[in-house]
Design a protein. Structure first.
Length: 193
């Protein structure tokens, strides 16, 4: 059954849902992560005259097909954890019950009524489109500088001199009169030496 999208103004709790959606992407396992990325985020959503923002820290961990995104306040208190495995996604946080769905994007749509950058995030922060979904890319030299996928435009604004991976990213999705325009800035931490 396809969720109905009613025309409505954003609820007062949607900044937390925005943070939750950014967190959507994985499943915890006892094995150590194959890849772990952390950093800071700042998100702004605008619909008409209404503007909401949220910021904090994020961690993305990838273990094979299992992925997790954890969002925290700027001082490190966990706000939400989203886990995704093939065919299933779940989200938990201190202020909410566990929510599950068939995939991360559908889970966000059900939770707050519009989509946020979830399913592609683990690949986008690596500077590549998510596999097996249509995407358009632009290159600067030998690296991807722009990705358009799942309705999002991902601009890689800075690359780390140490890792040669994206360091600063801007993710944008236009509004449509019902859903807000969303802008998410990510700054990826440099690896510890």
């Amino acid at each position: 059954m396809t969720p109905r999208r009613a025309q409505r103004a954003p609820s007062p709790t949607w900044p937390g849902a925005l943070a939750l959606a950014l967190a959507l992407s994985a499943c915890a396992t006892p094995a150590p992560p194959e890849r772990s990325t952390s950093g800071r985020f700042a998100a702004i959503a605008e619909l008409g005259e209404r503007r909401e923002s949220v910021s904090g820290r994020f961690t993305v961990e990838v273990r094979g097909a299992l992925q997790s995104i954890e969002l925290a306040t700027p001082v490190g208190t966990t706000v939400a954890r989203i886990e995704i495995e093939p065919g299933r996604a779940s989200a938990t946080g201190p202020q909410m019950q566990t929510t599950t769905g068939p995939d991360a994007d559908d889970l966000v749509l059900r939770a707050i009524g519009w989509r946020l950058p979830v399913a592609g995030l683990p690949d986008w922060i690596e500077g590549r489109p998510a596999p097996q979904r249509p995407a358009r890319t632009e290159r600067e030299g030998n690296r991807i500088s722009l990705i358009e996928q799942d309705g999002w435009t991902i601009r890689i604004q800075e690359v780390s001199a140490t890792t040669e991976r994206p360091r600063r990213l801007l993710l944008e999705r236009p509004g449509n009169g019902i859903d807000p325009a969303v802008s998410v800035r990510l700054i990826v931490d440099e690896p510890a030496s």
